[in-house]
Write a protein that binds this ligand. Structure first.
Ligand code: ACO
Length: 434
């Protein structure tokens, strides 16, 4: 069994230990590199080959299209589990017993009240504000209303103590309220409060969709679909937003502040914002006459900035297992709700053409999780600008789980190095001499 890597720089040779994961992934442990080589560092823009940590939360194999949370396959979890069970699993490491799940849910409900003054901040946003900006700001604002939770001195994980656990249930209790407020603000609807008799996912739907002066009527198709979508989005190891949460938390900033930065990182169209970008792209193609071939050509043209949104992934180079599940779910939801959406036909054509096109095949570009999720959200009646907010809601357990893992493992502050390529030392000239 190989347990060392050798590095040759000029005449000098160095040895570094290997770290092997439980799924036999191998890393070269270079933490002594700078010391032994007198200052040499590695460089890897976009961290394409850099492991930032060791983690026991999620395993994914991009070549084989495998995704598992704490050892359980995403296919099985999406089919059989409840979002709250998955949240518990990701955060605490094991599936909960019936009693544990019940207590977890009770604690979340107890901690779901959002201070009335937060509404004043919400009121100050223009109606045109993007809900991701609203959600990130309000999440950050929660620290002001829960100051004791801003910094965690007691990192104790015990589920009964006043500690980190309190913050966890607060995040899972309050952020869905903020999500529903962001949604209702967008639509100009009066704010709605939760109903403690409902399940976690159903309560989110009620807070979002209940019409003024009408009873909320649950729709099981929509509840099941949202439950599945949230599970599929719940974690994805060291992606851009999760790495952001870990790195912000590594300075010992609080959980709310770290999650708020994760929301901002998720917003971009190359990450979670892709679901909004996909729907906008499909709409634009439809309005332009539905000529998918024209847009395929644009995506391949290196002089055209257009990219086929919802295609490609940093890690999956074969297929995204989440996309497979979501595609089936999209058909089910549209069928069950009796919706005939022309956008689905355009999505299907684009997928078919891309899967047979050498440009996409050679670069291993396949539909990702966001390619079909927007179609389901649209069928549910959720506005396009809210899609990434729904993703953020699903990603909360992953962010929390990683934040806790990072703190409990006492990881050092995240602080990469660089290779400086600017001017060497020069003399300052007064403004009259420049
Ligand atoms: N359309 C057209 N060409 C693409 C696309 C695309 N969607 N994605 C990648 N390519 C091309 C690139 O131009 C590049 O071509 P080249 O080798 O000829 O220069 C090659 O494929 C590799 O692409 P990179 O951008 O280097 O791959 P990277 O791993 O850095 O990026 C990413 C991955 C950001 C997901 C990229 O595929 C992309 O922009 N996709 C569209 C946005 C998207 O759907 N994002 C959601 C990702 S899933 C998520 O975050 C939840």
């Amino acid at each position: 069994m190989i347990d060392k890597a050798k590095l040759q720089i000029g005449e000098n040779s160095y040895e570094f230990p290997l770290i092997v994961g439980t799924e036999n992934e191998i890393a070269i442990d270079i933490k002594t590199l700078r010391g032994v080589t007198d200052g040499v560092i590695t460089i890897d823009a976009g961290y394409k080959n850099t492991g930032a940590c060791q983690s026991a939360i999620t395993f994914l194999d991009g070549e084989k299209g495998i995704l598992r949370y704490r050892g359980y396959s995403i296919e099985e979890l999406a089919e059989k589990a409840d979002f709250l069970e998955v949240a518990y699993l990701l955060i605490f490491g094991e599936l909960p017993s019936k009693e544990e799940l019940q207590k977890f849910h009770e604690d979340i409900k107890e901690n779901s009240i959002v201070d009335e003054d937060v509404r004043k901040i919400l009121d100050a946003f223009p109606k045109s504000a993007h809900p991701m900006g609203v959600l990130s700001s309000l999440t950050s604002a929660l620290t002001a209303f829960n100051p004791s939770n801003d910094k965690i001195n007691n990192i104790d994980y015990q589920r009964t103590k006043k500690s980190l656990y309190d913050n966890i249930v607060k995040v899972l209790g309050k952020i869905p309220v903020l999500v529903s407020w962001a949604y209702r603000k967008k639509l100009g609807l009066p704010l709605e409060y939760g109903d403690n008799s409902l399940g976690y996912v159903e309560n989110i739907l009620k807070m979002m969709f209940k019409k003024p002066n009408e009873d909320y009527v649950p729709n099981q198709v929509i509840i099941t679909a949202l439950n599945k979508l949230l599970i599929l989005h719940a974690d994805h190891e060291q992606n851009c937003s999760t790495s952001t949460v870990r790195i912000v938390g590594s300075s010992h900033a609080g959980l709310f502040a770290s999650i708020s930065s994760g929301i901002s990182a998720l917003w971009g169209p190359l990450h979670g914002g892709a679901n909004q970008a996909v729907l906008e792209m499909l709409e634009a193609i439809r309005e332009d006459g539905g000529d998918t071939k024209k847009y395929m050509a644009k995506a391949k043209d290196k002089n055209d900035p257009f990219r086929l949104m919802g295609f490609g992934h940093r890690v999956y180079k074969n297929f995204d297992p989440r996309a497979k599940i979501i595609k089936v779910a999209a058909y089910e939801v549209l069928n069950d709700l009796g919706i005939d959406d022309p956008i689905l036909e355009i999505a299907k054509s684009l997928e078919k053409e891309a899967l047979n096109d050498p440009y996409f095949v050679d670069r291993k570009l396949y539909p990702n999780v966001d390619f079909y999720s927007g179609i389901i959200y649209r069928a549910m009646g959720i506005p396009v600008e809210m899609f990434t907010v729904m993703f953020a809601l699903g990603r909360l357990p992953g962010w929390i789980g990683h934040w806790c893992e990072m703190r409990l493992r006492k990881e050092p502050i995240g602080r990469p190095r660089q290779i400086y390529t600017g001017e060497t030392q020069r003399e300052f000239k007064n403004i009259s001499q420049r």
